[in-house]
Design a protein around this ligand. Structure first.
Ligand code: COI
Length: 394
């Protein structure tokens, strides 16, 4: 106890591990053993981690320079199964390129989903926190049904994510510097020529340390409403996290960035009147004490951060509504913000619609700042998690 309080967290953790080996005073259960979690350890024998390096040593990168670009890490988790089977066993592999048939379902017909979640280093230096990983697992299962793919059970999914974090623990940024972003992928890896579900599927989890998503950092972002290009259509796949929802918005995003905007806000494709979401995140508006977010209706991704923010806002006494949010509602709002795993809670400084710019309240006194503080305190383990949202990995 004295040691963990006095030394720097990583060092205290390392020392605890050494003393553990000799049955020393810090040999308490769960004190930083590589695979302390029972469920994670049952899969661990699949890969022997590097012995020429201490995994307690942090990676040698400048943690202050993290943005949202790929920093390749050491290991990725891979699991395969055939079309009529279920996922049952996977393993950690060295991070690297994967081999795919040129006629794989994913390369030819875009049969794939992805997820995004984050692991935070705990303040005491020992262990990590995941935020609502079961929600990602369930969302992948739902998306897999829509995309005619088998998907891992919630347990397999969460275990794969835990193993990926532990195998790449030296890449989890120090507390306050960012997080380890986990990217689970589910893809039709088997060959097809005619349009059909692929005969084989691959589930893969890789990781990258990340800081803030937008180049603005935590400063307000500036959005433009796109009224020609649409992200989703009724009956389509806008409500699931298929890879095919993302490349189609690139054109609008590139055009917007060229004009100096941070990102694009998309409208519904039938009436071009109701707001849906931005390229990579959900949208909220605030008017007086009412916080509104567009109703999902199958064209908007049901974000896990979106859901968490709605619950936190209700706890603070705000009236929270999921409803159709029109351009007029947006123009009339006091405050606007975006939410997402990568984005967290991003304040919106302005929105431009048909050439006219509308500005919103920003700064430390805003509701979005209050919600950001509350959410990130739970995610980073700075406050007691009364909601049971975080999952510990020791
Ligand atoms: C996330 O927020 O995790 C996402 O998947 C969005 C992605 C475009 C970065």
């Amino acid at each position: 106890m004295w040691i963990t309080r006095t030394l720097n967290p990583a060092l205290a953790c390392k020392l605890a591990k050494v003393l553990n080996r000799f049955g020393g005073p810090l040999s308490t259960p769960g004190s930083c053993s590589l695979f302390a979690s029972r469920s994670a350890s049952s899969f661990q024998h699949a890969c022997t981690l590097d012995s020429d390096r201490s995994d307690e040593d942090n990676a040698d990168i400048n943690w202050d320079d993290l943005g949202f670009g790929l920093v390749p890490t050491d290991y990725m988790y891979v699991m395969k199964c055939s079309r009529d089977d279920t996922f049952s066993y996977g393993e950690l592999n060295r991070y690297g390129n994967i081999e795919l048939s040129p006629s794989s379902g994913v390369l030819n017909y875009g049969q794939a989903l992805f997820e995004g979640l984050k692991a935070y280093r705990k303040g005491d230096g020992c262990g990590f926190l995941l935020f609502r990983p079961e929600e990602n697992a369930r969302r992948m299962q739902m998306g897999a049904k829509r995309m005619c793919m088998p998907s891992p059970s919630v347990d397999l999914f969460v275990n794969a994510v835990k193993q990926t974090v532990l195998a790449n623990k030296r890449w989890v940024p120090p507390q306050g510097k960012g997080s380890l972003y986990l990217r689970p992928l589910l893809m039709g890896s088997g060959p097809v020529l005619g349009l059909a579900p692929a005969p084989e599927y691959m589930f893969l989890v890789y990781a990258s340390p990340v800081g803030t998503y937008f180049k603005e950092g935590l400063a307000p972002i500036h959005l433009v409403i796109e009224d020609e290009i649409h992200r989703a259509t009724p009956g389509g796949t806008g409500g699931v996290k298929t890879i095919t929802n993302y490349a189609p918005v690139l054109k609008a995003q590139v055009q917007a960035k060229a004009k100096g905007f941070t990102d694009v806000l998309f409208l519904d494709s039938t009436q071009k009147r109701y707001l849906e979401e931005a390229s990579s995140c959900n949208l909220f508006i605030i008017k007086d004490n009412v916080i509104s977010t567009p109703l999902t209706r199958g064209t908007i991704l049901a974000g896990i951060t979106r859901k968490s923010i709605m619950e936190i806002a209700r706890d603070y006494g705000y009236q929270v509504e999921e409803r159709l949010v029109s351009v007029e509602d947006l123009i009339d709002a006091d405050e606007v913000f975006c939410t997402g795993t990568a984005v967290v809670v991003a304040p919106v400084g302005s929105i431009t619609y048909q050439g006219k710019r509308y500005a919103y309240k920003t700064g430390v006194e805003t509701v979005s700042q209050q919600l950001y503080n509350a959410l990130t305190a739970i995610q980073m383990g700075l406050v007691e998690d009364k909601k049971g949202w975080t999952v510990e990995i020791d």
